[in-house]
Design a protein around this ligand. Structure first.
Ligand code: GLU
Length: 410
């Protein structure tokens, strides 16, 4: 896999060619403040010991405490976590929340662990890192394969060790354990608000045909939100395969099928108009909007030429490589960048942190209204920056973020 951190730095280089920033400032943005690797010993259910490798990268805290999720994945490694932590730094700035950027992870295929092994591993991550965490230091959250339940274990472990029962050191907790209403669907919903704010700008019709790559927390909530607003979801995929129905997928039936079988495959047996296709076929389907909502590096110089969407909304972090970005721009396909499009998740995490600190509990309606206004504002400012420098939305978002961070950096 292409090194995601190198990709992130290539994006930064490009932004610095468009707009001048202080050299001292940009030098500091090329390296994280801290990158920490840990060994997590876990006693497996059969009594055997196993050591897992974990990470926390604290990239930059000019705007506030480090903030960002923890990813559990077999391919997770330090360069990925560094890239994700860099993007978190910019993301918080784009959406104008007083948080810095961090990210964590563990190299693990969590599906192979029992629930109690997973709990011991999650608590082990906190035991190894508790010194550098805390509500005003570093506030982790969920990411790929980490759930509200895992956040609850971690928050509980932290409170035991640090004697802090406020619950303000982790976000994405279950709602009955201090989590915010609406956090689980926040990334998908926030992405929809951004799409709605920029739809006309990127030349899309009022009702779009939508293809979604990835059907985890982000992709499935995006599918539901877009469909509730009258858009047609024609194809979705997960790690095991993709399905396509040019007349639009029945999402309710699909969710039920997924719950029953654990995947999307064989949905054609329930809905004969649906066909199984490959992930590559999915990416090249003709549609109005393509939403990558899984991993980085899925659209590369190898497949970018085949993209047949009118626009792309990046709900995953880093799904398009810099080489692919260039090809898409030559093809005239606008890209709404990750650091804007998927910032709804961290925005509601910030709301959760704020509610916990103030001992408040906001209604879903209140959370969504606040989210909408932040996403619309960030979209508008990104567009202004892109227009001002006659550049892409990605570079507009980079410039907006860099200006905001530079102003606060000492
Ligand atoms: N993991 C999410 C992201 O990539 C959310 C981070 C958070 O809520 O702090 O933006």
């Amino acid at each position: 896999m292409q090194n995601p951190f190198e990709n992130a730095m290539t994006q930064l280089d490009k932004a610095l060619k468009i707009k001048n920033f202080d050299e001292g400032f940009t030098a500091r943005l090329r390296v994280p403040n801290r990158d920490i690797r840990i060994s997590i010993p876990v006693k497996m259910d059969d009594g055997s010991p196993k050591i897992f490798e974990g990470y926390r990268v604290q990239y930059n805290n000019a705007l506030g405490p480090y903030k960002g999720g923890i990813r559990f994945h077999p391919q997770t490694e330090i360069n990925e976590v560094k890239a994700l932590a860099f993007w978190m730094t910019l993301k918080c700035a784009v959406v104008d929340i007083p948080m810095g950027g961090g990210k964590g992870g563990i190299t693990v295929d969590s599906k192979t662990l029992s629930k109690s092994e997973l709990e011991r591993l999650s608590r082990g991550w906190v035991r190894a890192l508790h010194d550098v965490l805390g509500s005003y230091k570093d506030v982790p959250a969920p990411d790929i394969n980490t759930t509200p339940e895992i956040m609850d274990w971690m928050s509980d472990e932290y409170s035991k060790i640090a004697g802090d029962k406020s619950g303000t050191s982790f976000t994405g907790k279950p709602v009955d354990k201090g989590g915010s209403e609406g956090r689980e669907m926040a990334t998908g919903l926030g992405g929809f608000y951004v799409f709605d704010a920029l739809r006309a700008e990127v030349g899309l019709p009022q009702k779009c045909s939508v293809v979604i790559q990835g059907f985890g927390n982000v992709g499935s909530h995006a599918a539901r939100t877009f469909s509730e607003h009258g858009h047609k979801i024609i194809a979705v995929s997960d790690s095991r395969g993709a399905i396509w129905n040019k007349n639009g997928l029945d999402l309710e039936k699909l969710e039920t099928h997924k719950k029953k079988t654990g995947g999307l495959k064989d949905f054609y047996k329930i809905d004969p108009q649906t066909r199984n296709i490959t992930n590559e076929e999915l990416l090249s389907l003709s549609c109005d909007l393509l939403i990558p909502a899984a991993f980085e590096n899925v659209i590369t110089e190898i497949n970018a030429e085949k993209i047949n969407a009118k626009a792309i909304l990046e709900l995953a972090n880093g799904p398009i490589t810099p080489e692919a970005d260039k090809i898409l721009s030559q093809k005239g396909i606008p890209v709404v960048p990750d650091i804007l499009a998927n910032s709804g998740g961290v925005t509601v995490s910030y709301f959760e942190w704020e509610q916990n600190l103030k001992h408040e509990h906001w209604s879903k309606k209140e959370v969504f209204e606040k989210l909408k206004s932040r996403m619309e504002d960030a979209s508008k400012k990104t567009l202004e920056k892109a227009r001002e420098s006659k550049t892409t939305l990605r570079m507009g978002a980079f410039i907006l973020a860099l200006e905001r961070i530079q102003e606060k950096m000492h």
